[in-house]
Design a protein around this ligand. Structure first.
Ligand SMILES: CC(C)(COP(=O)(O)OP(=O)(O)OC[C@H]1O[C@@H](n2cnc3c(N)ncnc32)[C@H](O)[C@@H]1OP(=O)(O)O)[C@@H](O)C(=O)NCCC(=O)NCCS
Length: 212
């Protein structure tokens, strides 16, 4: 009897299937000692926070270090800028995210895509009170599974923010981003157009990317 894939293997496959060409993705279940994967400079760049958050940041950087090593970039620290955004080596764009259990990362050489954002969420309905804060009349969830549409919308706006921030330096609210899931597109209040791709099994992951 074949065993079902682990949650990490299933998510890795789902993310690879939605990632644009040249974008490498990875995931890792956050472990008890994952803070140890922060390089010393990275640890210093991340202001003191709860241990769980430092473990999540360590897990995300463990993935990112591996993705960078796959394209020949080794021994680089991915610092956290004062804005919160990760600082990538020259010629590289990327994004990190974590939920309570899983960390994800995406990286790509600068090329057809000039900025990336990613978010990960459990594949569970978004609580109604959060949906009321996130959704506006301009959002379109189209054919998305209605049970998960709010969760996908939430992850999409966070991913769009992470992709748009390094380009525009605007702190956006949920109301400043209009999402059209069927069209695979979002627009920010400043007119920035962002493309979207998402998966829902075994977790909701949204990739947001800005083309040249
Ligand atoms: C970016 C933000 C949305 C991330 O949300 P979160 O739920 O805290 O955390 P996530 O796990 O999804 O993502 C965390 C990662 O986002 C990245 N990030 C943080 N600020 C960022 C920014 N300004 N630009 C790009 N990426 C950023 C970091 O890599 C961080 O990982 P690290 O802490 O390990 O370094 C949040 O930190 C933030 O800055 N919010 C302010 C604006 C906002 O909330 N607007 C409403 C949503 S559009």
């Amino acid at each position: 009897m074949t065993r079902p894939p682990s949650p990490e293997a299933a998510l890795a496959e789902a993310m690879a299937a939605i990632a644009p060409r040249n974008v490498r993705t990875g995931c890792r279940l956050i472990g008890d000692a994952d803070e140890a994967h922060l390089l010393p400079e990275e640890a210093r760049s991340i202001p003191a926070r709860q241990p769980a958050m430092r473990r999540a940041s360590g897990a995300a950087r463990w993935i990112a270090h591996r993705l960078l090593a796959d394209i020949g970039i080794t021994d680089v620290a991915i610092m956290r800028a004062p804005s919160g955004a990760p600082v990538w080596p020259d010629g590289i764009i990327g994004s990190l995210a974590h939920d309570d259990d899983m960390a994800v990362a995406a990286v790509a050489p600068v090329g057809g895509i000039v900025s990336l954002g990613i978010d990960v969420e459990p594949a569970e309905p978004l609580p109604d009170d959060i949906f009321a804060i996130v959704a506006t009349g301009a959002d379109r969830t189209g054919a998305a599974d209605p049970r998960l549409a709010g969760r996908i919308l939430f992850a999409a706006k966070e991913a769009v923010y992470k992709a748009a921030y390094p380009l525009d330096r605007d702190v956006l609210g949920y109301e400043d981003i209009a999402v059209d899931l069927d069209a695979g597109r979002a627009t920010t209040k400043t007119g920035r157009m962002v493309s979207l791709a998402y998966c829902v099994v075994p977790r909701v992951v949204v990739l947001a990317f800005v083309g040249e």
